[in-house]
Ligand binder design. Structure first.
Ligand code: PEP
Ligand code: MG
Length: 316
C-alpha cells in the first residue's frame, strides 16, 4: 500500500485503471527546471519563452537562446519538452520593439503570433535556435505558437517550423475562433494545446488583468468547458493529441473532468502536480467521463464542480 501511495505521488500520471495522462510542467525558463523535476514532472508542457526577450535593449542572440533551450531539454532526456515561441504584446511588451502602448485594446492587438508577420526575423531566429538545441539533445522537442486564430495562421506557422527542421509543431487554442474550428487547425499541426487562461478571457470578454472579473475567469464556467470539449473533439477527429496548459489543468477535480473530456496531457505550475497525480490515480477513466458529462450538463460553475465531484469520491 505504501508503495502505491508513493507511486501516486511520484510516478507517471495515470487513472486508477492505467490510462496514461502525462503530467507536465509550465515553466518560464531554465531556473524553473529544478522545481519541475522535484514535483515529478514527466516533461514540459509549456515553456513560456517571453522572459528571454523582456527587459532588454535588443533581441537575444541565437546562441544565447540555444543555450537556454538546451538547458531545459537536457533536464528531460528522452522526455517531452514543449516550447512556446514568443508571446509578446498586451501584458508582455518588448522594450526593443515599437511600443504597443498606443493600441487602444492591447489584448486584442498585435500580440502573440501576430507579431511574427511584421517581424519574421524574430520568429525565424527563435525557430533556428530551437532546431539547433533539438539536434544536441535526446529530449523530444515540440514547438507551438501562441494566440492562433485561424487555420491559415496555423498552416503558415507549421511551414516555418518544418523549414527550420523542427521535429514537431503545434498551436495553442486560446481564442474562441480556434476552438470553433479546432478540426481545421488540427489538420495542419502535430498537436494541440489548450490555453484556458486566454480562452476564458476571450470567451467572456473579460480582461484577465482585471481582478474584479475573476468570476468570469472561472475555468468551471460551462461555456468554457463547452469550448474545451469542442477543441478536444476537433483534435481527436484529426487523430492529434490535445493537452491543456492553462491554470485549469492544476485543479485536481477539473483535471479529472478534462481527462473525461478526452484531453491527452495536462501541464501546470509544478506545485500543482502531486495533487493532480493523486486525483487521477484514485479514479478510473470511466469515472472521469461520467464527471465530465455531469459537469457539461450544468449551467453554473458551482453546479459544474458539484456535479463532477459527485462522481469523484475522495476529492475536496
Ligand atoms: C493560457 O493562456 O492559458 C496560457 C497557458 O498561456 P499564458 O497564461 O502564458 O497566456
Ligand atoms: Mg495565453
Amino acid at each position: 500500500a505504501r508503495q502505491s501511495v508513493l507511486a501516486a505521488v511520484t510516478g507517471p500520471g495515470a487513472t486508477s485503471d492505467g490510462h496514461a495522462v502525462p503530467l507536465l510542467a509550465n515553466i518560464g525558463g531554465p531556473r524553473d527546471v529544478d522545481g519541475a523535476l522535484r514535483y515529478g514532472a514527466e516533461g514540459i508542457g509549456l515553456y513560456r519563452t517571453e522572459f528571454l526577450f523582456l527587459d532588454r535593449a535588443s533581441a537575444p542572440a541565437e546562441e544565447e537562446q540555444t543555450a537556454a533551450y538546451l538547458e531545459v531539454l537536457n533536464a528531460f532526456p528522452g522526455g517531452r519538452v514543449t516550447v512556446r515561441t514568443l508571446d509578446a504584446g498586451a501584458d508582455k511588451p518588448l522594450a526593443f520593439l515599437p511600443p504597443w502602448g498606443r493600441e487602444p485594446n492591447p489584448a486584442l492587438g498585435q500580440r502573440g503570433l501576430r507579431l511574427y508577420e511584421k517581424h519574421p526575423e524574430i520568429m525565424n531566429a527563435q525557430l533556428r535556435a530551437l532546431a539547433r538545441a533539438s539536434l544536441q539533445s535526446t529530449a523530444k522537442l515540440q514547438v507551438m505558437a501562441p494566440m492562433v486564430a485561424t487555420q491559415e495562421e496555423a498552416a503558415r506557422y507549421v511551414a516555418a517550423c518544418r523549414d527550420a527542421g523542427l521535429p514537431s509543431a503545434g498551436v495553442m487554442i486560446e481564442i474562441p475562433s480556434a476552438a470553433l474550428r479546432a478540426s481545421d487547425l488540427a489538420a495542419e499541426v502535430d498537436f494541440i494545446s489548450i490555453g484556458t487562461n486566454d480562452l476564458a478571457q476571450y470567451t467572456f470578454a473579460a480582461d484577465r488583468e482585471v481582478g474584479t472579473l475573476t468570476a468570469l475567469h472561472d475555468p468551471w464556467q460551462p461555456a468554457l468547458l463547452d469550448l474545451v470539449l469542442m477543441a478536444v473533439s476537433g483534435a481527436l477527429e484529426q487523430g492529434k493529441p490535445c493537452g491543456v496548459c492553462g491554470e485549469a489543468a492544476g485543479d485536481p477535480v477539473l483535471a479529472c473532468v478534462l481527462v473525461g473530456i478526452g484531453v491527452t496531457s495536462l501541464s501546470m505550475a509544478p506545485p500543482a502536480l502531486p495533487a493532480v497525480r493523486a486525483a487521477l490515480s484514485l479514479h478510473s477513466r470511466e469515472q472521469c467521463l461520467l464527471a465530465a458529462q455531469a459537469a457539461l450538463a450544468t449551467t453554473t460553475p458551482q453546479e459544474a464542480r458539484g456535479a463532477a465531484r459527485a462522481h469523484l469520491p475522495g476529492l475536496a
